[in-house]
Design a protein. Structure first.
Length: 115
């Protein structure tokens, strides 16, 4: 009976070792999966950060280009306003009407005032 008990104890110990080994095998994939998810999460956050920084740089370029275009258009608008004021000035219009059309100021009897 003592040998049977010893065999039972040995068998129990070997079963316990097998359970511990199999539990270790089950736990390893969980740790590996947890680490893999953490690494994937960190990589995802890093990629998101890089993408956002690229978007900021791209928007900076767009903003710079738009600002330059706005400045150019404002300058052109100022130049066109000066040109319009020059072309519509009364002195210039009077000189052009005399030169091109041969107009002159009206004489005394040519102006009729209506009531």
């Amino acid at each position: 009976m003592a040998t049977a008990a010893k065999q039972d104890v040995k068998s129990f110990r070997s079963q316990k070792k097998e359970r511990v080994k199999s539990a270790g095998r089950r736990q390893r994939p969980r740790h590996v999966m947890l680490i893999a998810f953490l690494v994937l999460g960190l990589v995802g956050v890093a990629l998101l950060h890089v993408w956002l920084r690229l978007q900021v740089v791209q928007m900076g370029y767009v903003l710079s280009t738009t600002s330059k275009l706005q400045s150019q258009l404002e300058q052109e608008n100022r130049e066109l306003k000066v040109e319009l004021a020059t072309l519509t000035s009364p002195d210039r219009l009077e000189a052009m009407s005399r030169r091109r059309l041969g107009l002159r100021p009206p004489e005394k009897g040519q102006v009729i005032v209506l009531p």
